[in-house]
Design a protein around this ligand. Structure first.
Ligand SMILES: O=C(CO)[C@@H](O)[C@H](O)COP(=O)(O)O
Ligand SMILES: [Fe+2]
Length: 226
């Protein structure tokens, strides 16, 4: 039986009552809070920073998964670690020295992950698997919630799954495979079958009237794959 994790993206939450939105999705059965950081430089949008992470940290025991869509990356890493992030992921295009940034994240006590845009090749994984706790495959171009799933991401997930399984065979250590963008109840099973184990969903969950029913429907779909 595979383990699946559901990570609502608070980008689609109602920011006027963000604390309640965080506790509501966790009460509704979510596993992780996905926290999208956009800098209006690496991506054409501007969102939230360490102060907001610090504010929501006391509200839940669930891991906070900080997705940094920023350039440069390194100066923000200690700030988010101090603000209570558990996982920090970044895009290779955002860092001059990917290996150094991964080491910095771990030195700050967080799990580290690398994010792949739809057009970013997986060869960036070649020499850093030992420093990774998560690989995040973008199934939309980063910058906005509510976009449609790009089907080519399925092939990339299969390739990433192949690499992770080979690495686990060789080392005994697992790496999570997260997918982000356009994940819905009606495509989550296909995405899981391609190899993802951790599912970011923003508009699908926060856009629904009933968070618990939506997360339960996602888990029912995932049960068909497990
Ligand atoms: O990182 C991003 C977008 O850049 C995401 O985390 C989105 O927030 C996901 O939103 P949906 O596609 O699920 O609405
Ligand atoms: Fe994200």
């Amino acid at each position: 039986m595979r383990t699946f994790r559901i990570a609502p993206s608070i980008l689609s939450a109602n920011f006027a009552c963000l604390g309640q939105e965080v506790t509501d999705v966790i009460a509704a059965g979510a596993d992780i809070i996905h926290f999208d950081v956009m800098d209006n430089h690496y991506v054409p949008n501007l969102t939230i920073g360490p102060l907001v992470c610090e504010a929501i940290r006391p509200l839940t025991q669930a891991p906070i998964d900080v997705h940094l869509m920023v350039k440069p990356v390194d100066s923000l890493v200690p700030m988010f670690a101090k603000a209570g992030a558990n996982l920090i992921t970044f895009h290779p295009e955002g860092s001059e020295h990917v290996d150094r940034t991964l080491a910095l994240i771990r030195d700050c006590g967080c799990k580290a992950g690398l994010v792949f845009n739809p057009a970013t090749p997986l060869h960036h994984l070649d020499h850093v698997m030992d420093k990774l706790d998560m690989i995040l495959i973008m199934s939309v171009n980063p910058g906005f919630g509510g976009q449609s799933f790009i089907p080519q991401a399925l092939n990339k997930l299969r390739e990433a799954r192949r690499r992770i399984d080979a690495y686990r065979e060789a080392t005994g250590r697992d790496i999570w495979l997260e997918v982000d963008g356009g994940v819905k109840v009606d495509n989550i099973a296909e995405i899981a079958a391609a190899g993802a184990d951790t599912f970011v969903a923003g508009s699908a969950i926060y856009g629904a009237d009933d968070y618990a029913a939506t997360i339960a429907a996602m888990r029912a779909e995932l049960a068909k794959v497990a």
